[in-house]
Design a binder for this molecule. Structure first.
Ligand code: HEM
Length: 530
């Protein structure tokens, strides 16, 4: 069905006419043609939004007060239909975001809904159309949306953190960080990644029948990975564990009350841990700058960051580098470990997928040899599909917030300036229209990597596990390379089993309550080139 979507964007607010840029939403989801139209609109009566129910409307009589926009066109639009979510269900937002999103969107066929404030919880609008979600991501570039910042997050991340700075500073900073994540940079990290993953697999094998806690093992692996690839050297286990203690203390502050930065408060302890991490990174930056000054190469992401220079010859300051290394620790650690944990769990139950992965490795070995080069990683199409399919069913980042930077038209509804916009990434991924109505192996609820290899499956569809727009995950290629190295080395040399008899709890993504006990046995006949 052809749907009309007016996005934004009042230019003149003072008269009864405003210039609006119209975009027409095509069912293909491709970027729409943009036309400028001069609209002269009589200010109509303000619309009262229809109310939809999640089965729990407070009194069924509530009428939303539409906030009037200064732009007559925007003022003529209705507010998104309201969904009433009882207070106790609002906690799902924290502990079961996927269920929360289904609760909010389940009862409405509208492309956008709104939810009121509740004690301790913000109000927000939630778009259910993937193209509106992409627009909200992209809106940071044309000033219609902003990244949302919460106080504790700003204090703990630091004002130079890429994830917090707003446009146009964000674009500038990202441009300086980008080379550290280019194809050639990742190619350079691959030998270290292969050696590191090989060491961890050998340790798990050495645990024999006692096995290891798979989730903890993967967390240690991805932590060591991000520390050593970022700081450009091998770290001893002792060093990794010491830094990991600071990391845990630091991240615990994200849930703490952020106004009392004192030694005995959780937030204060978290800030101390942040400082300890920054001190460590500062020493590494100083050493890297000395090496660069002496004309030596500095390996790792830190080498790229200390060498980065803009068109006018400006470099990143020490604080910009150290605060962004802190961000990489956060962005690149739990995300990959949770995805890999889910992967081990699902592969345990799908031996036919394991078999396919092994066949692919036999072919990759034949074409590229033992070394996992950039070409070999690129050649692992099936492993790529397996990871993307796992992220479809369980995107680690279940949802993200943005804020309306001004009054905007979202799918034909008026969303006032400063309204939080909750982007339901999990709900979109599992309800992707590409697989709707399929049955058997292809049922949308089934793990079926082959769907990702079809022409349709190669398109992004409603799946955005790495986000979209100007803040699309900077580490996506590095994360995919890391996860493919783990899959490749595991499949080539080992048989494995996990204890899947567990509940999954919400943390950064869903994690196993039982720690996912894991046993690794070396294959009697390792996968060989064919
Ligand atoms: C499975 C693994 C990963 C997933 C699912 C993931 C997901 C995401 C998502 C959804 C965003 C967008 C956030 C937003 O729009 O506000 C993001 C941003 C980001 N990610 Fe990842 N990520 C992963 C791994 C990594 C790794 C390994 C690194 C670095 C080593 C990394 C670095 C970043 C950075 C720096 C940003 C901020 C980009 C910006 O604001 O411009 N990520 N990631």
């Amino acid at each position: 069905m052809r749907q009309h979507r007016l996005t934004d964007r009042a230019r003149s607010a003072s008269s009864s006419s405003c210039v609006v840029r119209n975009t027409w939403h095509r069912p293909s989801g491709r970027a729409a043609a943009t036309i400028k139209a001069e609209l002269t609109v009589d200010r109509p009566k303000l619309a009262t939004p229809p109310e939809t129910s999640s089965g729990s409307s407070s009194d069924g009589q509530q009428q939303l007060q539409q906030q009037a926009s200064a732009c007559p066109f925007l003022a003529s639009l209705p507010s998104p239909p309201k969904v009433n979510i009882p207070w106790h269900k609002r906690f799902q937002q924290l502990f079961a975001p996927q269920q929360f999103q289904a609760t909010v969107l389940g009862g409405s066929s509208s492309s956008v809904v709104q939810v009121d404030k509740a004690i301790g919880f913000t109000n927000f609008v939630m778009p259910s159309d993937p193209e509106l979600v992409r627009d909200a991501f992209a809106g940071e570039l044309d000033g219609t949306t902003l990244q949302s910042n919460i106080k504790s997050f700003v204090a703990l991340m630091g004002e130079h953190s890429l994830v917090l700075v707003q446009e146009p500073r964000h674009k500038y900073l990202r441009g300086l960080l980008q080379p550290a994540f280019s194809g050639s940079a990742i190619s350079g990290y691959l030998p270290a990644i292969q050696a590191l993953v090989g060491r961890h697999l050998a340790e798990w094998e050495a645990a024999g029948e006692a096995g290891v806690q798979g989730y903890d093992g993967l967390k240690l692996l991805t932590y060591e990975f991000i520390i050593s690839i970022t700081l450009g050297r091998e770290y001893s286990r002792q060093e990794v564990l010491a830094l990991s203690e600071h990391y845990k203390q630091w991240t615990s502050g994200f849930l703490a009350w952020p106004w009392l930065d004192l030694p005995f408060t959780a937030f204060g302890r978290s800030m101390r841990a942040r400082n300890a991490l920054l001190d460590h990174f500062q020493q590494a930056v100083t050493a890297a700058r000395c090496k660069l000054a002496a004309g030596q190469q500095v390996p790792g992401i830190i080498g790229s960051l200390t060498a980065a220079v803009d068109e006018e010859g400006n470099r990143l300051t020490d604080l910009e580098i150290t605060e962004n290394i802190l961000l990489l620790l956060l962005a690149g650690h739990d995300t990959s470990s949770t995805t890999l944990t889910r992967l081990l769990s699902v592969l345990h139950d799908t031996p036919e997928v394991v078999q396919q992965l092994r066949q692919e490795q036999a072919a990759v070995l034949a074409r590229h040899g033992e070394q996992l080069t950039a070409a070999a990683i690129k050649d692992m199409e099936y492993a790529d599909a397996v990871i993307r399919e796992s992220l479809r069913l369980d995107p680690v980042v279940a949802g993200l917030f943005r804020v309306a930077a001004k009054d905007i038209d979202m799918g034909g509804y008026m969303v006032p300036k400063d309204t939080p916009i909750l982007l339901p990434l999990h709900h979109l991924a599992v309800n992707d229209a590409r697989w709707a109505g399929q049955t058997g192996q292809e049922d949308p609820a089934s793990f079926h990597p082959e769907r990702m290899l079809t022409e349709e499956g190669r398109q992004p569809g409603a799946q955005m596990p790495f986000g979209s727009g100007p803040r699309f995950c900077l580490g996506e290629r590095l994360a995919m390379a890391e996860m493919k190295v783990v899959l490749a080395l595991l499949m080539r040399q080992y048989d494995f089993s996990v204890d899947n008899n567990t509940e999954w709890m919400q943390a950064v993504g869903r994690v196993p309550k039982n720690g996912l006990p894991l046993k690794l046995r070396r294959l009697a006949q390792p996968v060989a080139a064919v």
